[in-house]
Design a protein around this ligand. Sequence first.
Ligand SMILES: [Zn+2]
Length: 343
Amino acid sequence: MKTLLPTSTAGSLPKPSWLAEPEVLWSPWKLEGEALVSGKHDALRVSLQEQEFSGVDIVSDGEQTRQHFVTTFIEHLDGVDFEKRETVRIRNRYDASVPTVVGPVSRQKSVFVEDAKFLRSQTDKPIKWALPGPMTMIDTLYDAHYQSREKLAWEFAKILNQEAKELEAAGVDIIQFDEPAFNVFFEEVNAWGIACLERAIEGLKCETAVHICYGYGIKANTDWKKTLGSEWRQYEEVFPKLKQSNIDIISLECHNSRVPIELLELVRGKKIMVGAIDVATNTIETPEEVADTLRKALKYVDADKLYPCTNCGLAPLSRSVARDKLSALSAGAEIVRKELLTQ
Ligand SMILES: [Zn+2]
């Protein structure tokens, strides 16, 4: 990436009202069949244009192609029965009715590759594509087959690797794995979670990222955050091992969070997507607030490795709020860019 402080988003952006109910997370599609296919492409075009107009440097599909960041991928796999549902606790935080793993999991054909090719055809900017991480996938399912979280995660890692290789061939520059579960199951992350992630990126030549956040601004997450005390030190548990991993970029929640920014020292040398936009509030950050978060991170992240970003996805926000937040991100990055170039 030649641009200094290239901006991007953690992933999702609001969907247009004709595609899905606005300001609702994981809202079902309003279209079906062929109309849905072209509707998603139209939404992707709009989302891309909004990112480009807001000055975002590394663009994405805004997750216009999926309803849910985990289950849309799993829906395309064999071995998971979506009719057979069980209630499980997600990330030790809230109960959800989830599908059941009933047999060996496998991927018959690519899931997002056609969408990624479409995005590639629409822009010359670097593109990032998000996939769920293996540990977050197993945490969103009831496993009646493997009866082992580790075994199932390993199988998903192999499947993700197949998909990632095809995304790379389609021209994706950065493949990101969303692993909010890395902020919860520390022992498993260190025992096998990071190893599974490395299996998922095996043989890739494009850049790879892992996104670890404190979740969307939904009540279950904001309630959980209230229980975490005055300092959020979750990252400290997984950073030492992540630093040793082959993952190129780590995407983190920094703005308005209680994460002590000095924890970034533990991953010095990695590229860091610094979350400088809060996704849990409609208040638009000022460019100066964004710049302030980036300046703090610069004490621990070398300038050529700092990627200004959002804390998480912006899907549950209104389109105008999301647009204004992206513009603030770009303006804040520009302030710091100028400072760095005149130093
Ligand atoms: Zn997130």
